[in-house]
Design a protein around this ligand. Structure first.
Ligand code: ISE
Length: 333
């Protein structure tokens, strides 16, 4: 039997999930779509063959014809709608961040722990990206010895008007917080944030540079630059005792022209992480079929939100901030 999925929010990411789900995920049916923009919902439904259009987000969640929910609506709606999915007992794949504040994310953790079953997966899709997966496997093999440092770069072409340094941390760098915790299997303990002086006129979206100490010991640094202009670019290098492991850009072709040899950068994250998004959806559906859970949990979503808050606090105060985490409920191991 197919898992009947409803998608709430079909902007950039929701529409992308709808297309992937409709064409590349065996075992799933795109049952319903809701978007606050009715015309957009209709257009995406027509393009993807979604069975129906829902009247509202909560109606979609509670519809008996829906088995599982993808949440790709604006960040501020993630927490209440994830709570509604938990109340309905339905698996939910919530786009990151799980909530704009650690307090709201912790409410989700508490609600899910009370229910006693993992229903929430947070869309930290890099955990499914073949390059990061290989990095983790190679680190785990022990051949290069323990990790000492993890250097991360995260660059977007141009920040939208509504983006600022707080969002660079809470909306972009959260990917690195999650992947660093996952890769190094530890919590981020302290953070110090920096912004370059004289970083141009668009100061709000100027680069942010964060340096972390971890509980286990390795250091992590994250550069987030959302106005990098030249292309979408994500890099990561793990420095271990006996060598280093670095991600390679997912390019398939090389250009030789005009006396130069080059590769191209995409304009945003969708082509770069296309495999990760597809593998994430496939794994989510397989887990639902077998009653399991995979990927980033609500606890992971909470931890990333707590790190983001500490990062922002440090950037504002100019001093090192501690990442304070609540007690982890038994449900999350
Ligand atoms: C965006 O929301 C994403 O999730 C992308 O993966 C990330 O690279 C980008 O910086 C975010 O703004």
């Amino acid at each position: 039997m197919s898992v009947r999925v409803g998608i709430i929010g079909v902007g950039i990411m929701g529409a992308d999930h709808a297309r992937t789900l409709a064409t590349q995920v065996p075992g799933a049916t795109l049952q319903a779509i809701f978007d606050a923009d009715a015309a957009r919902a209709k257009a995406v439904a027509a393009e993807t063959g979604a069975v129906s259009l829902a009247k509202g987000p909560v109606a979609l969640i509670n519809d008996p014809a829906i088995d599982a929910v993808i949440l790709a609506s604006p960040d501020s709606t993630h927490a209440p709608l994830t709570l509604a999915a938990i109340a309905a007992g339905k698996p939910v794949l919530c786009e990151k961040p799980l909530a704009p504040t650690a307090r709201e994310a912790l409410e989700i953790v508490a609600a899910e722990a009370l229910r006693g079953k993992r229903l929430v997966q947070v869309g930290y899709m890099r955990r499914f990206d073949p390059a990061y997966v290989e990095l983790k496997a190679r680190l785990g093999s022990g051949a290069l010895g323990p990790a000492l440092m993890f250097h991360c770069f995260h660059r977007n072409v141009a920040a939208p008007d509504w983006f600022d340094a707080k969002m660079a941390i809470g909306n972009s760098a959260v990917h690195e917080f999650d992947i660093a915790r996952w890769l190094l299997d530890t919590e981020l303990a302290t953070v110090q944030g920096f912004k370059p002086r004289g970083a141009g006129t668009n100061a709000a979206a100027a680069p942010v540079f964060l340096v972390f100490e971890t509980v286990a010991g390795p250091l992590v640094n994250v550069e987030v630059f959302n106005n990098a202009a030249y292309g979408y670019d994500v890099r990561g290098e793990l420095v271990c005792e006996k060598g280093t492991l670095a991600l390679r850009a997912p390019t398939r072709t090389e250009i030789r022209a005009a006396f130069a040899h080059s590769t191209a950068y995409p304009a945003d994250w969708r082509p770069w992480f296309a495999d990760a998004y597809r593998l994430q959806l496939q794994a989510w559906i397989r887990a639902i079929e077998s009653g399991d859970s995979v990927g980033a949990s609500a606890w992971d979503g909470y931890a990333a939100a707590a790190v983001a808050e500490a990062g922002w606090e440090s950037l504002v105060s100019g001093t090192r901030a501690k990442v304070e985490l609540a007690t982890r409920p038994a449900l999350y191991g």
